[in-house]
Design a protein around this ligand. Structure first.
Ligand code: C2E
Ligand code: MG
Ligand code: MG
Ligand code: MG
Length: 282
């Protein structure tokens, strides 16, 4: 017993573990402070209609402006925020900030009325029964039209297979929000199941766009996913378009919309107006 205690004590003071524990504690404290002080900033990445080359909308992508560590990307703190129960305040702040920004843009007569802003909603949000009333409140306060907002959810949300989630999505649909499945192809949703949700678009994950031209086998996946979208009456969006070859291929496959570094990296809101009438004409 003494021996195992000794070992336990040794582990407790293992310098590596100690360092990890401190880092985790730092992250948690830092994230709590970040929520209080609103250290987040939204970047916007253009989404282009591939048949015309015109901007159809922007995806809002959060970054954390850490006071000492600089700009932190969402993959480096969103999962932690989800674990720590902080995703709710963070994601509602993002949604509100995006709505406020959209309202400002819509006051400007040069801003096309049909432009949409896409917001990512963490799957965790759907376990809060107040989600719809919080969204309603923000829409009421900011006076934006939900028809100009696309909500991106992952396949895991609809795989929950519960009536509460289905009901929430139907309520969002009734309010005229557009619903998009993000990272399509990386989850495990069954097609018959997808069909029973009120979805507008499937966003093909960038990993499939990346491998599209590698070999014949990979080549088949993207057209199949575009076909699934169209046969269900949805639009297909391709993310992660980086090369003119990928763009040409996706256009020839009648993919409706595209997003990626080829058009633009995510940019700060100040740069949006000059982007609005950029024509990626071909
Ligand atoms: P996502 O929603 O699938 O967003 C697409 C990611 O791909 C973004 O990374 C974007 O910057 C990146 N990307 C866009 N074009 C290209 C390209 O041509 N090549 C490559 N290699 N990457 C490209 P980002 O901004 O780091 O966001 C990563 C993920 O973090 C997002 O994936 C989303 O799941 C999550 N996220 C971002 N913002 C939010 C948010 O506001 N709320 C929540 N809950 N999650 C968010
Ligand atoms: Mg997204
Ligand atoms: Mg995505
Ligand atoms: Mg993705």
């Amino acid at each position: 017993r003494a021996k195992s205690l000794g070992r336990a004590r040794y582990h407790l003071f293992d310098p590596d573990m100690h360092k990890q524990a401190i880092e985790l504690l730092d992250l948690e404290n830092d994230l709590r402070r970040a929520v209080e002080r609103q250290e987040f900033i939204i970047y916007y990445q253009p989404i282009v209609r591939l048949s015309t080359g015109k901007i159809a909308g922007f995806e809002a992508l959060v970054r954390w402006q850490h006071p000492t560590r600089g700009l932190i990307l969402p993959t480096d703190f969103i999962p932690a925020a989800e674990e720590m129960g902080l995703i709710y305040p963070i994601n509602t702040w993002i949604f509100k900030t995006v709505c406020q920004q959209l309202h400002i843009w819509q006051q400007d007569c040069r801003f096309p009325t049909n432009i949409t802003i896409s917001v990512n909603l963490s799957a965790r949000l759907f376990s809060n029964h107040n989600l719809i009333s919080i969204i309603d409140n923000i829409i009421y306060q900011t006076e934006v039209n939900p028809a100009n907002i696309e909500l991106e959810i992952t396949e895991s949300v609809i795989m929950e297979n519960n009536d509460t989630v289905k009901n929430m999505l139907q309520q969002l649909k009734q309010r005229n929000f557009k619903l998009v499945i993000d990272d399509f192809g990386t989850g495990y949703s069954s097609l018959s199941y997808l069909h029973s949700f009120p979805l507008n678009s499937l966003k093909i994950d960038k990993s499939f766009v990346k491998i599209m031209q590698e070999n014949q086998e990979n080549m088949g996946l993207v057209p199949a996913m575009i076909g699934i979208s169209h046969s269900m009456g949805m639009q297909a969006i391709a993310e992660g378009i980086e090369t003119p070859e990928q763009l040409a291929q996706l256009r020839s496959l009648n993919c409706d919309l595209g997003q990626g570094y080829f058009f633009s990296k995510p940019i700060q809101h100040e740069l949006i107006p000059q982007f609005l009438y950029t024509d990626f004409c071909w």
